[in-house]
Design a protein. Structure first.
Length: 213
């Protein structure tokens, strides 16, 4: 019998209607968690939303919130996100020289801690951190925008990373260009959490989340 491993789906609110977030949240009841793309226009060439908007989202959903920090100085965001009450925080390995310290800072606040890497970053750089991480976020597009094409180079990274899951007990997230076309292959390659923006928000959200699962 196949292993009964539950794949989690995390819709990315970057693709939602920002003028109607309350209704959008209601339509996402089938999601396992909500992915929040926090961009500062420095680490990536785009600017999204900050603490007041994240607080408003927190006040309107009980789903776990997954903050993906695409920012310089991610250290400066963690305390405030803890006060708002997010359940997951990932930061980019490329954005800090103190990744080990920051992982432990996040975990000490009772939040699941993840490290994200860009498509051009070698996955082996994560090796010293695998004993510390709750999850790894592999970008399958260059961060900054939704709706980009999926980069298959992520499969080689999954092949490297997945065998370490047994020893170190972490989850793998893939983010960017995820759809019903690649979800099955990604899960077979070891992905636990599928982040999807444009795929979920075009059409019936519940149906799209169901297709990913
Ligand atoms: C890109 C973001 C992604 C993005 C995914 O910088 O990190 O979370 O919203 O969007 P799609 O699924 O449309 O590629
Ligand atoms: Zn993201």
């Amino acid at each position: 019998m196949a292993e009964d491993k539950k794949t989690l789906v995390a819709p990315s609110l970057l693709a939602s209607d920002f003028c109607d977030l309350k209704q959008e949240l209601k339509k996402l009841a089938q999601a396992d968690m909500l992915h929040l793309d926090i961009m500062d226009n420095h680490f990536v060439p785009n600017l999204t939303f900050g603490f007041p908007v994240i607080q408003a989202i927190r006040d309107n959903t009980k789903l776990p919130l997954d903050a993906h920090l695409m920012v310089e100085r991610p250290e400066d965001y963690v305390q405030k996100l803890a006060e708002i009450g997010v359940e997951y925080i990932s930061f980019h390995l490329e954005a800090t020289v103190h990744s080990h310290r920051l992982l432990n800072q996040i975990k000490s606040l009772g939040i699941k801690a993840g490290v994200a890497i860009n498509p051009g970053t070698a996955v082996s750089l994560l090796q010293p951190l695998l004993a510390e991480v709750d999850f790894v976020l592999l970008m399958s597009v260059n961060p900054g925008f939704g709706g980009q094409s999926f980069l298959p180079l992520v499969y080689d990274k999954l092949a490297y990373l997945a065998p370490y899951k047994k020893k170190h007990q972490f989850q793998i997230q893939v983010d960017g260009g995820v759809s019903d076309k690649n979800a099955k292959d990604l899960v077979q390659a070891g992905v636990d959490i599928l982040v999807a923006g444009s795929f979920v928000f075009r059409g019936d959200y519940s149906e799209k989340i169901g297709l990913l699962k």
